[in-house]
Design a protein around this ligand. Sequence first.
Ligand code: GDP
Ligand code: IMO
Ligand code: MG
Length: 428
Amino acid sequence: MPAIVIVGAQWGDEGKGKATDLLGSRVDYVVKPNGGNNAGHTVVVGGEKFELKLLPAGILSPNATPVIGNGVVVNLEALFEEIDGLEARGADTSRLRVSANAHLVAPYHQTMDKVTERFLGKRAIGTTGRGIGPTYMDKVGRLGIRVQDIFDESILRQKIEGALRQKNELLVKLYNRRAITVEEIAEYFLSFCERLRPMVVDSTLLLNEALDEGKVVLMEGGQATYLDVDHGTYPFVTSSNPTAGGASVGSGIGPTRITRSIGIVKAYTTRVGAGPFPTELEDKWGEYLQKTGGEFGVNTGRPRRCGWYDAVMARYAARINGFTDYFLTKLDVLTGIEEIPVCVGYDVDGTLHHQMPVTQTEFHHAVPVYETFPGWEEDITGCRSLEDLPENARAYVLALEELSGAPFSAIGVGPGRDQVIQVRDLIS
Ligand code: GDP
Ligand code: IMO
Ligand code: MG
């Protein structure tokens, strides 16, 4: 039975939460393979809005077991705050399972995130300030603390001591901050032990046994292809691998078991934080998309930068992730625009590029080459099939599909769970 991965095809906030929720009733497990509480996934059910940060959006699907995978970095304070918030609204979070190998965000990681951003000055990344980068740095640097470590106090203290020896040098000597004691960090982590213990599992065994039994496992990637530390617009990226390959690593589900790789892509483009963005609009259209699309970050409340659809980016994302399908979202936001430009190539210092340029310098110099499509005026939020769409909207979708490198299997026409055109089944 299939393991399916959902991947953001742009710079995040494409509607991965909605896509997960749509499939949620038909899957047995929803795993978050990467990232942490830097994500913000919105799900609208029956007019009620839920915003998930650390938890996979699948937690709102009553029949699915949500799993925080080994590739995630977990802020335990944020985890329990989110659980309590959902429980207070009547959601059942009791099925949640957490990988014993996931790394933990410590208070000093959040401090390091903030001070390093300040230190970078004009070159700052515009991170979410959640300590995500520094936690992944410690993981790769072999100074990390994992979920399982807090259940062995002696190991926990040894690891904290190792991490703090280096951290305190940096904090005190470089960043002019106070030193942190082993005791305060140990106390912080140990305070969560009792509540966390029943959730902790060997998630790779759980998920692979589920696949053996014919269950369906959905991996809900956080962030997106262009925020991937290997494949994104480095250094303006997050510190994990939100691409399809990363989902395999971050869940322990081997690549041969993944049968479907679904790219979630907005009918235009947005970005939060710093970094290059060829189709960015700094005119009234940028403001229009931001306002009409409600483009404000779920996590930090920052306004999202907005621009037209970029088919060069979509083709690259399809290649990197081996997309079998695309889920196009927010088509309804374009309703009422007379002519809709789509970026079909880049002019880089006089050379035309149809594929993503190799170097950062070229991407910074990329000037979009646009093709323009006629818009539509009709309200499309009630459309449920391609035939229901006004002719120009259908032509726009088909043109995008032709340019983007994978078939469009679903099209979002509103934020609600049912506001979708399903062209082909995304699970079987
Ligand atoms: P994620 O991080 O990829 O899960 O996306 P976010 O939740 O951060 O941002 C996507 C926003 O678009 C949310 O407010 C969703 O409710 C909304 N959304 C998703 N799909 C559609 C759609 O097809 N149409 C409209 N109008 N809104 C959508
Ligand atoms: P979802 O899952 C959009 C961006 C930040 C910043 C960069 C690095 O909702 O799509 P980090 O705190 O991760 O070190 O920040 O990545 N970023 C996101 N942008 N959506 C997200 O998640 C993001 N997660 C991180 O704005 O530019
Ligand atoms: Mg988001």
